[in-house]
Design a protein around this ligand. Structure first.
Ligand SMILES: Nc1ncnc2c1ncn2[C@@H]1O[C@H](COP(=O)(O)OP(=O)(O)O)[C@@H](O)[C@H]1O
Ligand SMILES: [Mg+2]
Length: 304
């Protein structure tokens, strides 16, 4: 059974259509990613799913219930981290995590959770005095302390330093190992690619692509790229005739070969290098990323 099932979800604020005919399904045990730039409609969707905002139209089922009718019951069975939290400014970290743990039947130990998000040294600090990144990690702690079967994380890593981001990826993977379902929003494509079993790409309130990250990439890009630096423009024809190569692109001092057969292309390229003593540097083989998919579908990069 789907843990979350949405069809034809629609929400507008005045003349702004925030969510437009959204259909999505999240299976139990998945890390599900909703990807999109600022203003795409991610937070509005999360708020509707967790029962904080009413929808204008469409069907929504979360853990088999409609958030409009069974909001309280849903809230007792989910964990939620939102971008804007009141967070009880005068309570300490330990107090607020303990308070949230008391809302659930079988919570985790507040101390363990505080440690997991790296706030042990701040346990006695009042919330008001935390830095932005620390407050963000506290918000994640509040989402996971209930050990709920379904956890919503709305851009949990925005504004975190790289180390804290990686720490959070570990936490999310650990939740999955314990059988939890995670609904994650992000505008970091690399994060989604790494973590998510399935993603939907949202733009202007509409889903423009969905699937497993690797499937989505494979669907839009068959070739891998071999990129190296050198100015060997004169070799264009010979590079184009290398086995597997479908396209050759020159820009600045970089040459990019697009190929469906990396190993044959590489061996032929190396032979060319040896025979003609052409030197090439900084070879990078990379596959297309979700970022490339977004760029291809919208003509824009996701980072504003
Ligand atoms: N409370 C609100 N009142 C009016 N417009 C809003 C409100 N919340 C969001 N919006 C608008 O709805 C659109 C979607 O916003 P949001 O769901 O916050 O997107 P995201 O989380 O992807 O950045 C944006 O155009 C935003 O300006
Ligand atoms: Mg948002």
């Amino acid at each position: 059974m789907d843990v979350i099932s949405v069809s034809g979800l629609y929400k507008r604020y005045g003349s702004v259509i925030a969510v437009d005919s959204l259909d999505l399904h999240v299976e139990a045990g998945q890390i599900f990613g909703m990807l999109g730039p600022n203003g795409a409609g991610k937070t509005t969707t999360v708020e509707i799913l967790v029962g904080l905002r009413e929808r204008d139209a469409g069907k929504v089922s979360v853990l088999g219930m409609d958030p409009v009718k069974k909001g309280a019951e849903i809230k007792s069975r989910i964990g939620v981290q939102l971008q804007t939290y009141g967070l009880y400014p005068r309570l300490t970290v330990k107090e607020v995590v303990t308070l949230f743990s008391s809302f659930y039947k079988k919570p985790l130990s507040p101390d363990d959770v505080i440690e997991e998000v790296g706030l042990t040294t701040k346990a006695k600090t009042i919330v008001k005095s935390l830095s932005g990144g620390q407050a963000q990690r506290l918000a994640v702690a509040l989402a996971i302390v209930g050990d709920a079967e379904l956890v919503f994380l709305d851009e949990p890593t925005t504004g975190l330093d790289p180390q804290a981001r990686r720490g959070l990826w570990d936490i999310i993977n650990a939740m999955k190992k314990r059988g939890k379902t995670v609904f994650l929003t992000t505008h970091y494509m690399d994060e989604a690619e790494r973590l998510c079993d399935k993603v939907v790409v949202l733009d202007h309130g509409k889903i423009i692509a969905q699937g497993a990250p690797s499937e989505l990439i494979a669907e839009h890009f068959e070739e891998l790229s071999i990129e190296f630096s050198n100015s060997i423009d004169k070799e264009q024809e010979r590079l184009e005739s290398l086995p597997g190569v479908s396209r050759v692109q020159f820009s600045d001092n970089k040459v990019t070969l697009y190929t469906k057969d990396v190993s044959r292309t590489i061996s032929a390229l190396m032979a060319l290098v040896q025979n003609d003593s052409i030197s090439i540097d900084d070879i990078v083989i990379r596959r297309a990323s979700l970022e490339d998919v977004f760029l291809k579908l919208t003509g824009r990069r996701i980072r504003e």
